[in-house]
Write a protein that binds this ligand. Sequence first.
Ligand code: HEC
Ligand code: HEC
Ligand code: HEC
Ligand code: HEC
Length: 162
Amino acid sequence: MKKLVVFVVCLLFVLSLAYAADYVGSKKCKMCHKGAKKGEVWEKWEKGHHAKAFETLKTDADKKNPECLACHTTGFGKGGYKAGDANAAKFEGVGCESCHGPGSDYKKMSVMKDRKKAIEAGMVMPTEALCKECHNKKSPDFKGFDFKEYMKKIDHTYREKK
Ligand code: HEC
Ligand code: HEC
Ligand code: HEC
Ligand code: HEC
């Protein structure tokens, strides 16, 4: 019996890996999250530092250095940015999915409209801990991190808080 339980748990684990959501790139979020009616989420992101985080890496060596790419691209080492890949440009910089999780399973309208369904499909509502995966002393340019202050600079909420 014990062996069977272990087997089933392992099987579920392997299946969950096989079904992990894919990174789709920020442009896929644009069509539904741009414009005044939708809080100009896209426009705010595009103007901000996160969207430009790849250009910030000045030299070719830095642009290929996994140590820099980990925080200056989207989904590095998790199926997102891969140097030299044909799709790499989609994942340059800190895109929507760096914070909200890989979007292949939640980006459909029927799922997105329903927060519970979206979260089940892998959508993340990020917290301070997630920011600190990149905003920490491993960054050569770390300037400290005050969640409230930093949040104000990237805020793109537009709906009434529930
Ligand atoms: C087909 C349209 C569509 C696409 C594509 C889409 N969204 Fe959404 N999204 C919505 C709608 C509709 C809502 C509900 C809020 C609203 O109506 O403004 C929403 C809500 C959200 C929320 C807030 C959830 C909540 O419950 O507060 C996040 C975060 C989000 N989307 C992120 C993304 C990201 C990241 C992508 C790209 C990977 C994406 N969306 C792609 C339509 C879309
Ligand atoms: C995947 C890594 C990553 C995550 C996650 C991340 N950031 Fe960043 N953030 C960066 C990088 C890299 C830069 C520098 C971009 C540049 O200047 O090119 C940056 C820059 C910023 C800046 C601009 C700082 C300045 O000098 O004005 C703010 C504000 C910020 N982040 C807030 C946040 C907040 C708030 C969160 C969490 C909700 C967060 N970040 C999550 C990587 C990340
Ligand atoms: C642990 C995540 C992380 C790593 C690793 C990382 N960075 Fe950054 N980088 C950031 C964050 C976050 C910022 C924004 C600065 C801040 O507000 O602390 C940033 C900012 C920068 C800036 C802008 C500095 C400024 O003053 O505006 C440059 C340039 C930069 N990084 C280059 C690099 C290079 C080159 C590497 C690899 C050697 C690298 N980073 C590795 C997270 C990281
Ligand atoms: C640096 C991290 C970060 C990035 C990058 C980011 N977001 Fe967000 N997003 C957040 C945080 C934090 C919240 C607020 C969560 C909360 O209210 O609990 C949020 C909230 C949202 C909401 C809900 C707004 C509301 O009023 O309820 C939507 C929609 C959304 N993001 C879409 C996007 C899209 C689309 C992109 C890319 C164009 C994007 N986000 C990029 C961190 C990020």
